[in-house]
Design a binder for this molecule. Structure first.
Ligand code: HEC
Length: 145
């Protein structure tokens, strides 16, 4: 592509308005679908994460902990250093409150729990709705520690 064409293409991309409903809003997606589309880039399809950045789901004390804290973490995101099995991870977990519905957050969290923490209690849409209301004014990306 010649330079002027590349610039024109970049400008077109910038001015292109998002469609009013993204595919995530119109198609009912399973937790596994949402995981593949939105989470696996960091957590990886096998849950192993990224060395130095994103901790693995295997043996995660958070997955074994309170579901309310997991919901809070997915709604608000998280940043800072976390140590697992002697390894330090320092990445950013995005906030999903404006990207995913309560149903979708429950579905993707239940997929994660079923896959990497079988036996853990499941998350309901009502719990996500309550947490969303309770954290309306809470800061995004709170820091670990
Ligand atoms: C840009 C990379 C990235 C993406 C995309 C991402 N995460 Fe995360 N996630 C992280 C990082 C980094 C942490 C650890 C955050 C911390 O403790 O500071 C984390 C932590 C978590 C945890 C807590 C587990 C643990 O052991 O600490 C859950 C649950 C989680 N993410 C779910 C999701 C879900 C659901 C999605 C998709 C909707 C998602 N993440 C997308 C990077 C990401």
């Amino acid at each position: 592509m010649t330079r002027p064409l590349a610039i024109a293409a970049a400008l077109a991309a910038v001015s292109c308005k998002p469609s009013p409903k993204s595919p995530l809003e119109v198609v009912p997606l399973s937790g596994a679908d949402i995981y593949s589309m939105r989470c696996s880039v960091c957590h990886q399809q096998d849950g192993g994460g990224i060395p130095g950045n994103c901790p693995p789901f295997q043996n995660s004390p958070r997955l074994a902990g309170q579901p309310s804290e997991l919901i809070h973490l997915v709604l608000q995101g998280r940043r800072g250093e976390v140590v697992r099995n002697g390894e330090t991870y320092n990445g950013i977990m995005p906030a999903w409150r404006d990207e995913l519905s309560d149903d979708q957050i429950a579905a993707v969290l239940n997929y994660i729990l079923e896959t990497w923490q079988p036996g853990a209690a499941r998350v309901s849409t009502a719990e996500v709705s309550a947490a969303r209301a309770a954290t309306e004014n809470a800061p995004l990306l709170p820091q670990d520690g």
